[in-house]
Design a protein around this ligand. Structure first.
Ligand code: NAX
Ligand code: K
Length: 240
């Protein structure tokens, strides 16, 4: 299935600071809660993985989801839930122990646990995934990935399966495009709302943009940016 396309020069790029302001305004000024945005982000990631990377004969195909405990991991956990309900063989590896999760990501994780989706807190033991989803770290990356997050990144980079990153490849700075060691070398990246300035990097792979329901007038009101109704042709756009 082909995604509608959008030329990159026709949309502004955001810094992490600007994206944090978008998230704040969504919640505080429009009452669009984080859980609503995360549902949209996760469903879009699951849809992109299914339509672009899992192909025909999907029954029994294996999806490995790597998730941190922040908003990025929360979105990936939603994607894991959706793919599991669609019949895929979903395995989730967490960068942090479940008892360290809080807020909305903890709520999303609890749903996954209630569903009995396979969950572990170590690097995946198998290398036969059909697709790997990277929700380890998003725009709140601080310095070179450490600990289990770094182990999961190295594991993902060693796989032959396509790796699809949520928002930014984990370990790549979404604002200044610094690719730390280690950092994900993505086949594709699905970024949210508007492209981030740091996604001009070869490790991003093909860049897609997902609608998380930001009203275009928010960009004018809070960032002074003009953005049209860019998602009128679909929830997921391919940026060229
Ligand atoms: N409106 C939006 O833009 C939305 C954003 N969401 C996602 O939320 C992300 C931002 O969420 P958060 O601010 O919670 O943070 P992130 O999920 O980007 O990252 C925070 C986590 O990464 C870990 N981390 C950061 N640097 C690390 C390092 N060097 N080594 C090891 N671990 C490290 C932190 O310990 C923490 O667990 C976005 O990138 C996006 O993917 C979506 O979930 C929902 C909607
Ligand atoms: K990521």
């Amino acid at each position: 299935m082909k995604s509608p396309e959008l030329r990159r020069e026709n949309v502004p790029e955001l810094s992490t600071e600007q994206m944090i302001e978008v998230d704040r305004a969504m919640i505080e000024d429009y009452g669009i809660e984080l859980i609503q945005m995360m549902e949209n982000a996760g469903r879009a990631l699951a849809t992109l993985a299914r339509d672009q990377f899992l192909g025909e004969g999907r029954k029994g195909k294996r999806v490995t989801v790597l998730a941190g405990r922040g908003g990025n991991g929360g979105g990936a956990i939603v994607a894991a839930r959706r793919l599991a309900t669609w019949g895929f063989d979903v395995h989730v590896s967490l960068a942090r122990d479940p008892n360290t999760f809080s807020g909305v990501p903890a709520q999303q994780l609890a749903i996954l646990q209630a569903m009995g989706v396979k969950l572990q807190t170590s690097i995946p033991e198998k290398s036969n995934s059909d697709v790997v989803l990277d929700g380890i770290i998003g725009y709140s990356l601080s310095g070179a990935p450490k600990g289990r997050a770094a182990d999961l990144i190295r594991w993902a980079n060693a796989q032959s399966a396509p790796v699809v990153s949520l928002d930014a490849p984990s370990g790549v700075d979404a604002t200044n495009a610094t690719a730390y060691d280690p950092s994900i070398r993505a086949t594709a990246t699905l970024t949210l709302a508007l492209p981030k300035a740091g996604l001009n990097h070869p490790q991003v792979g093909s860049l897609y943009l997902a609608d998380i329901s930001v009203p275009p007038e928010l960009y004018a009101r809070f960032l002074g940016l003009t953005v049209g109704p860019i998602f009128s042709d679909g929830d997921i756009l391919k940026l060229n």
